[in-house]
Ligand binder design. Sequence first.
Ligand code: TMP
Length: 249
Amino acid sequence: LFLLFSTTWNTIPPVFFTYEGHRTMGTQKQQTRGLFITLEGVEGSGKSTQIRHLAEVLTQAGYRVLQTREPGGTATAEAIRHILLTAVSHEPVTPQAEALLILAARCQHVTHLIMPALRRGTLVLCDRFSDSTFAYQGFARGLDLQWLRAANEVATGGLTPDLTLVLDLPVSVGLARRRADRGQQNRLDRETERFHRKVRRGFLALAAEEPGRMTIVNANRPAQEVRDDLTEIVVGWLARPRRPPRRRS
Ligand code: TMP
């Protein structure tokens, strides 16, 4: 049970696999068997609480679930997360360095944790993924989106979530929640409200581009309502005809 609910690199299988996608620098679409669901949203949107609940519901329904997060999920990616979220005042991280670090973390995460799990037929639930890079480093930091998409393709080997839920709420509400939750804020939390508004607009624009994959969920409601809504969406989506992920025996 612990393994199911924690982001942990000791779940990495001892054998590191290879697959076509990486040999071709991400140009070949990766074949997976499990399903890949991501949760996205601005700071304070409640993703972490909601993803825990979803993992619980889906595990109880008989799915083999891996819950993980970005940046992070493997030892190397978690070390990169630490660098990213800890400000060093005398050496600001440039937007380009930030993007490259995030993509390096993603590459490790996809290679050593996500793809092996998907190949085993596991349902992977990930707190943030590529859409965060497009929203934060693209829309908010102003890096070129085409470049980001191409670099992200290299990092992921072409892996795209099957379903993405965007928890949406006004930035002022999210930031206030975050301040109340955590005494200390990380380097990105401390960005201006204007920055976070651009992030939110980014997520909404991305969702408008890909309505088939991305669903916006109103997170400016009591957690229980958001929880029920998310469960209904995911359960309904899983019930759609497709080859289901392998269930636990
Ligand atoms: P969180 O775990 O609180 O969501 O924090 C992760 C931070 O990293 C959050 O501020 C968003 C940021 N981030 C990016 O800027 N780009 C990315 O691609 C990802 C995955 C996260």
